[in-house]
Every structure is written in C-alpha cells, then in structure tokens.
Design a protein around this ligand. Structure first.
Ligand code: ZN
Ligand code: ZN
Length: 344
C-alpha cells in the first residue's frame, strides 16, 4: 500500500549524544506489515542508558529508539487480514520473532534466535509513525486509555513474567526489591494474585507510593535491615530483584531474605558479579533465576489486568516535544513511575 507519510522522529545517531528531532519519510507497509500512527510511548530506562552510552549501542545506527508503543493502525499491507485501519494496538520490544526456533516453539520467544528488536534493529516509537508486523501488534481492550497501554508492553509485562516464571500463588510472601516504574506494577500484579507484598527501597516518596498501590509492608533500606524485617515475617517465597545500581548488595540481601525453597528472580541487570554462599544455597534449596523481558502472552495478560482495573499503571505524562525533559527527569531519578510521551 502506498501512503508515503512524513513525520517527526527523534533520530539517535551516536552514543552519548541526545537524539535530534527531525522530519523523516516513513516506509509504506507491505505484505504482512502495518503502519501505526503513534499515540503514546513509554520511556524506558534501557533507552536512557543507551543514549548515555552505558548500554551497548543498537546494532543498526542511526535509529529511532522507543519500544513501549501504543498506536492506531494507519495503513496495512496487502496480506494483512486480522488487523484493520483504526484498530488500537500496542507494539513491544519484540518487533519480530520467528515462531519456529526451539525457543519460540517452547513458549520463550524472548530468546528467539531470529529476534528483531524494536528501536535497535528497526525504527521504534519516538516518532509519529512506526512500521510493525501485523503478527506482533496486540489489540488494546476497550477501557484502556492510550496513556496506560504502553506500560503493558514492558513495565507490567516484565514483573508479570517474573512472577509467572516463579509460579507465584495465593498466600506467597513476595518482595518487590526496588520501587519505581516496574516495582509499582509488580506490587499490583502480586496483590492481584493474592500474595502478601513487601516493597523494599530507599526513596521515601516512592515507598509511600508503593503503599498506596497496595504493598502490605514497606521497608526503607536507609532506616532498617531489610533481611531482618523479611525474616521476621517468615522469609520470602519470591524476591523480584529490580535494582539497577552497580552495587550487588540488594541482590545478595534478596537471597538472604528467602525462606527455604524460596526463589530470587533477577529482573534488573546491574553490571558486576554476585557472591552467594553455596552451602546455604544448597541446604535451603533456594533458586536463583533470571527472567528476561516477556512474551506476547504476558503483554496480553498485562492489558487485561489494566482493563479489569487490577493494575493502574503509575505514569507521568509528557508531550512528544518534551522527550528531552522526560529523559532528563528520568536521569535524575525524579520520575515517580513510567515517563510516558503523549502524541497529538
Ligand atoms: Zn522498556
Ligand atoms: Zn524464534
């Protein structure tokens, strides 16, 4: 289909340099592709780290970052049948997964060997239009406003998947270690599953927000020993480790907070190494696992949880033109939840 649209996008050319707002030509959707008119995009910490040169640069440069996208279908390719112009959809980091490698067919498409990453291999969402595969956009249920939808593609789906992998169930004591964009949603997902939730963090303001969104207990590491506190509750069944600072202490404390048979789920990936005692690890049969991202299933479930009112994403909205301001506030740790850009 020939549409030939022009629009604005933040073009990222070099690590350590802020993307610049430029007018560009967007490709027409062909075959199984769709072109989205962007409505709202979440600003991810990974993008900030990429821009600041603390995360490996995208394999394809220049590019347009942004992989937490909500948009309206603007045009569709010749072979697209199940998505139509006007549909409200989301697009995540999973721009394309092959559906036939060993990881895809075993339900782990986030590990797909043929993965094409939104924003890193192809242009992403910090632009007025985005090209996508019809197979990898997911319809937004009625009742989910544009500004909430991007959270389902990462900030909810990531903790949701971590809890799914750890088999969280009613009555479990779940510790959300690190309060922020993902933590607030992790608390709400765990509460919806019937778990008791402890939120651990430093910022008083963020811990208060954690309580507001449903945490049963809040622990400030500046004021008390989180391990002692959690052990006092009987120990954790599951710890979601979300901290991103290079200090491995929260991860080690998370391990020591587990009860026998408890599971430490690594969700934030700070640089460095973990040092854990093998005897305690073995005799208490603790599990230490990593959970990378999510699948389209986790995104669908995250959207459902918003639609049913089980998760209310914590966001701070900015206009598309305020992207540099959103980055700066994120850099300074001044955003309470997920910064979300709104497109006119
Ligand atoms: Zn993200
Ligand atoms: Zn695959």
């Amino acid at each position: 289909m020939i549409v030939m649209v022009k629009g604005r996008g933040y073009v990222f050319k070099k690590s350590g340099e802020e993307p610049s707002l430029e007018v560009i030509d967007f490709p027409d959707p062909h075959h199984d592709e769709v072109l989205l008119k962007t409505k709202a995009v979440g600003v991810c910490h990974t993008d900030l780290a990429t821009i600041d040169g603390e995360f490996p640069p995208p394999p394809k440069m220049p590019t347009i970052l942004g992989h937490e996208i909500a948009g309206e279908v603007y045009a569709v390719g010749e072979e697209v049948k199940d998505v139509k112009v006007g549909d409200r959809v989301v697009l995540s980091w999973l721009w394309y997964t092959c559906g036939k490698c060993e990881f895809c067919i075993s339900g782990r498409e986030q590990l797909c060997v043929n993965l094409i990453e939104t924003g890193r291999h192809v242009y992403g969402g910090y632009a007025e239009y985005v090209l996508a595969k019809a197979s990898h956009v997911i319809k937004i249920p009625n009742g989910v406003p544009w500004e909430y939808a991007p959270s389902a593609t990462d900030a909810i789906a990531t903790p949701f998947k971590g809890l799914r992998l750890a088999n969280a169930k009613e009555g479990d004591l779940v510790v959300v270690w690190g309060v922020g964009g993902l933590g607030f949603n992790g608390i709400q997902v765990a509460k919806a599953k019937g778990c008791t939730v402890v939120a651990v963090g430093r910022s008083k303001k963020k811990l208060e927000k954690a309580k507001e969104v449903g945490a049963d207990y809040i622990v400030s590491t500046l004021e008390e020993d989180p391990v002692k506190f959690i052990k006092g509750l009987g120990g954790a069944d599951i710890v979601l480790a979300l901290a991103t600072s290079p200090d491995p202490t929260p991860y080690e404390q998370g391990f020591y907070s587990l009860k026998k048979g408890g599971i430490l789920v690594l969700l934030g990936y700070p640089p460095g190494k973990l040092c854990l005692p093998v005897i305690e690890w073995g005799l208490d049969e603790k599990w230490v696992i990593a959970s990378l991202a999510f699948t389209r299933y986790d995104i669908t479930e995250s959207l459902r949880m918003i639609a049913e009112g089980k998760v209310k994403p914590v966001i701070e909205t900015f206009n598309f033109e305020e992207f540099p301001k959103a980055l700066d506030k994120l850099r300074k740790g001044e955003v309470l939840g997920r910064p979300t850009l709104i497109y006119k």
